[in-house]
Design a protein around this ligand. Structure first.
Ligand code: MG
Ligand code: MG
Length: 630
């Protein structure tokens, strides 16, 4: 598998782009003329820089409005092509992308265009160059790869081939199986892009909203399976126009690109096992059952406050780590680990972020296989020294550099709590509040990081993404998207803040970076839990009375039921499946959120309609003094 990426896909100057693309493991780049025009050096300099970075120049583009022209425009188009050929030869690339004409004077005509391409092929051949023809979804006469292929076929020249671009084919819903009838050696390169399903004109959609395969909603796997079936084994080249990527981190966008291609070919290989796809072998997407634990990093000074909070929620201190300053708090199937070690990643995380969740532990089908798959997809493994007899728990780095540990049932990892921990004796445990498991974990991040982490989770784990919802914070929009397994036992929400005045943005700014911001515990009976918490001295986040008037009217609730919600400060939502109850604690520190939820009859969502109300309430409670910090 040979990978390439268009230089327009990422930000930075030419040298920065090359460095990021090479570091991510690509074999080549497509050079966009505009990128090149702002570069100070000569075409020869650009070619040398690419080759020095170990990158081939897979093509030069775009050459526009070439085919089907009347004279004198036709003659001028050939003159333009010759000048581009000069540039390409100096740069050291042999392939020019010609996209279908949008010129108002283009006459069209399959044979006229084929004739033009035959002549262009002759001229290219004299210089040892090739031209590839791509159908733009908004071309004047040619918008469909089947028509582009007919022109290439009739041009009948070895130096003229077809360029396929998943966006153009899929944007118009063209049958991808038509690709299976094209000979592989006539396909000069394959460009890949995905996009979210948004209704808009194809040109605007393409120029601003493309994203990496797997990040959007288009059937790129089916497209690529059809390409693979032809026997095509040339470059897979990402051509992504995305406003956000152009302003994002070149390194992280380039790594996302490489991850997206590896995952794409992994999917194609599984879908078309007979085709023989050359992609690194790796275990299938990993089944994740749920969140087994969350681990807080804090220090001795702030420990009491965290422990007070956990006791208030009905957790009891159950065990202590055999060798580290780590304790385990437990309630139902929820494990909260509190790490006050004075060295290691927990400590450095505490120094940077203050008291924070720096690790989560996922229960997976196979922990070793998870790390193997994550590594194949470019994730960074984490290893640390363990004491004699202690478990080495497989882990990788996730959002904000935090850790994701993996536990399974098929190894000693199943006995993690017995092997690495010793029960704590004495003391009166607080009364349980009936919390049973972790319903979901919310991670706050910049809006521009959301696709990165969405791709991360969905490529490694057998999960799916839900539709993105806009959560209205009084200070701006927070984009929220969930990643879930099939049974709903594993749920993560990714919350992307656009500015610092939103609750999520404030948390990001004040705790210095993306991390877990939100823990939601499940209960089977929210009213019993609310009563138990009250006995523990817990005071819930109080909602504005207007909220209850609204919810009563919106759902046509019985007044007594609405009063009960109000008196317990519960939030309510309903979908086509069932009901959802939420109970929030006042925000903690710089906006850390503890929530208790009950899902009845398979409610699928996260209470998004309630978010504006609770965010307003949370902001009123936000402590001015800030997150405890070392
Ligand atoms: Mg293209
Ligand atoms: Mg929630």
């Amino acid at each position: 598998m040979k990978t390439s990426i268009a230089t327009v896909s990422i930000s930075g100057d030419f040298a920065e782009k090359l460095a990021a693309i090479a570091a991510a493991g690509f074999d080549g780049i497509e050079i966009f003329e505009n990128d090149f025009l702002v570069f100070d050096g000569t075409p020869g300099d650009a070619g040398r820089m690419a080759r020095d970075a170990g990158l081939a120049i897979t093509l030069f583009q775009p050459f526009r409005d070439f085919e089907g022209l009347p004279e004198p425009q036709r003659r001028r188009a050939f003159d333009r092509a010759e000048r581009k050929f000069d540039v390409m030869q100096e740069m050291g690339t042999d392939l020019m992308l010609v996209c279908s004409s949008v010129s108002p004077v283009s006459l069209g005509g399959i044979d006229r265009s084929a004739g033009d391409f035959h002549e262009l092929g002759e001229r290219a051949a004299r210089r040892g160059l090739r031209v590839g023809y791509e159908a733009l979804a908004w071309g004047k006469h040619v918008r469909d790869h089947r028509d582009a292929w007919e022109i290439v076929r009739r041009a009948d020249h070895p130096n003229v081939g077809l360029i396929l671009d998943s966006f153009h084919t899929l944007a118009l819903g063209i049958d991808v199986d038509s690709i299976r009838a094209i000979p592989a050696d006539r396909i000069f390169i394959v460009q890949l892009a995905d996009a979210p399903l948004i209704r808009m004109d194809p040109l605007h959609w393409s120029r601003h909203y493309r994203n990496m395969p797997g990040e959007g909603d288009l059937p790129v796997t089916e497209f690529m399976a059809a390409v693979a079936a032809t026997g095509y084994d040339g470059y897979l080249s990402l051509e992504i126009f995305n406003d956000q990527f152009r302003g994002g981190s070149p390194r992280s966008i380039a790594s996302d690109g490489q991850r997206s291609l590896i995952w794409l070919m992994d999917r194609v290989r599984r879908q078309e096992p007979e085709v023989g796809i050359a992609v690194p072998d790796m275990p299938e997407r990993i089944v994740v059952e749920g969140v087994e634990f969350v681990e807080f990093a804090t220090d001795g000074r702030h420990l009491a406050e965290l422990e007070h909070l956990l006791s208030g929620f009905g957790f009891s201190k159950a065990a202590r780590h055999v060798s580290k300053d780590v304790t385990l708090w437990r309630q139902g199937d929820i494990h909260i680990v509190v790490n006050t070690a004075i060295e290691g990643l927990a400590r450095s995380s505490f120094i940077v972020h203050g008291t924070s969740v720096y690790a989560i532990g996922l229960k997976v089908e196979d922990a070793a296989a998870t790390v193997a798959r994550a590594r194949a997809l470019g994730a960074e493994p984490f290893e640390q020294a363990v004491g004699p007899g202690e478990l080495a728990i497989p882990a990788i780095h996730g959002v904000g550099g935090g850790l994701i540990y993996f536990l399974d049932e098929k190894s000693d990892l199943a006995r993690n709590w017995e092997i690495d921990f010793r029960p704590v004796e004495g003391g009166t445990p607080p009364a349980s509040a009936g919390l049973t498991r972790i319903d979901h974990v919310g991670q706050a991040m910049g809006h521009d990081e959301m696709l990165t982490w969405l791709l991360f989770y969905t490529s490694i784990f057998r999960t799916r993404k839900t539709t993105m919802v806009d959560v209205v914070d009084p200070a701006g929009i927070v984009r929220s998207q969930a990643v879930e397994n099939d049974g709903g036992g594993f749920r993560l929400t990714l919350n992307g803040a656009e500015n610092r005045r939103t609750l999520a943005g404030h948390f990001l700014a004040e705790s210095f970076g993306s991390s877990v911001q939100h823990l939601a515990f499940a209960t089977r009976d929210i009213f019993t839990t609310a009563a138990a918490l009250r006995r523990n001295g817990f005071e819930p986040l109080s909602m504005s009375p207007n909220y209850y008037d609204d919810v009563e009217a919106r759902f046509g609730l019985e007044p007594e039921f609405a009063d009960r919600l109000r008196s317990e400060s519960l939030l309510y939502d309903r979908d086509e499946h069932g009901e959802y109850f939420q109970l929030y604690a006042p925000t903690w520190g710089e906006g850390f959120i503890f929530e208790i939820v009950e899902r009845r009859n398979g409610y699928m969502g996260y209470g998004a309609p309630n978010a504006p109300f609770r965010i307003a309430a949370q902001k009123r409670h936000l402590r001015p003094s800030g997150m405890p910090r070392g």
